[in-house]
Design a protein around this ligand. Sequence first.
Ligand SMILES: Cc1cc2nc3c(=O)[nH]c(=O)nc-3n(C[C@H](O)[C@H](O)[C@H](O)COP(=O)(O)O)c2cc1C
Length: 193
Amino acid sequence: MPANAALLDYLRTRRSVGTGFLAEPGPSREQLETLLTIGLRVPDHGKLAPWRLILIEGEARAEAGARLAAIAARRHPDYDAAALDVERHRFLPAPLTIGVLSTARHHPKIPEFEQLLSAGNVAFNLVNGAFALGYAATWTTRWYAYDPEAAELLGARYGERFVGFVSIGTPTASIEDRPRPAIADRVTRLTFP
Ligand SMILES: Cc1cc2nc3c(=O)[nH]c(=O)nc-3n(C[C@H](O)[C@H](O)[C@H](O)COP(=O)(O)O)c2cc1C
């Protein structure tokens, strides 16, 4: 397979763009189809496809935010208007957020751990696919991935859990990279005496 300089350059320098810096426009219908194709093309031991995606776009973004804010207000009676406003805008202004659910369940041969990892691959492939299409993206979980009532509101069914939400849009700012771990600190070579 020939070397792919553009892909190599992307992989060596890629970084996310935070949800606060994502705006319109988002992917077209055709681009979304491509993005979803990329997202679902991941390693998957046993070919179980142990994941499901929820598209949060259009008017559902504000409605989801309003409902999240209502849950947050019940959970945190001390929240002021500004804090509730943050919840209301969770899926704005990004034009598209894709919730990635792990549907992992007991299987005689494939550990749930591996099924969960496959769902993580879906989320990261969506991030990379978004950049490949000329957009920016970031992967977050936030409280509503873990709060059962909020997760259900956002589309989780019994036994499913969100591995995260991939927010996608056009970047409104150029983002500083963060320090990256040094290879020497994280990598050792297996040796035997
Ligand atoms: C599973 C997972 C959940 C995350 N959840 C959050 C989150 O809730 N809030 C947040 O600010 N960042 C969260 N992040 C981190 C963002 O993706 C973050 O911006 C990322 O570290 C940027 O790294 P990158 O530039 O290498 O893509 C999460 C990352 C992962 C892998």
